[in-house]
Design a protein around this ligand. Structure first.
Ligand SMILES: [Zn+2]
Length: 127
């Protein structure tokens, strides 16, 4: 019987190039699983929307560390992928590494008027 192989949530060939051990790759996989969970259902992982933003940023630093890269905020790519974030992901992917971020000023996490509670969020987004 073939066991279905768990799909890697990270670039395995890059991990091999960087000489990451299996234990290390396991930690990376877990970190990406956690990150995907927070991005998709932030209200289950964070008390407030601003806390969700902090958790994602913390995970991005943690993942950089697991990859053995220097911590570098300009090379974060998930902050604009939080559920209901309306900042443009394609533009921000292009700005990767530049230190610039394109913010949608009506984004409930990153914009001018930040939503403080998940309750307000539901009103804004229709649940
Ligand atoms: Zn945003």
């Amino acid at each position: 019987m073939n066991q279905p192989k768990t799909e890697s949530l990270f670039n395995e060939s890059l991990a091999n190039q960087r000489g990451l051990t299996d234990a290390h790759k396991q930690l990376l996989q877990e970190a990406y699983v956690h990150l995907e969970g927070v991005l998709a259902r932030p209200e289950m992982f964070a008390e407030t929307p601003s806390r969700a933003v902090e958790i994602v940023e913390g995970l991005e630093y943690h993942i950089q560390q697991l990859w053995d890269f220097d911590p570098d905020r300009t090379k974060h790519r998930y902050w604009c992928r939080l559920k209901f974030c309306s900042c443009p992901t394609l533009d921000n992917d292009e700005l990767f590494g530049t230190g610039m971020r394109r913010i949608n000023y009506s984004c409930p996490y990153h914009g001018d008027v930040r939503v403080e509670t998940w309750g307000e969020f539901e009103e804004l987004t229709g649940g």
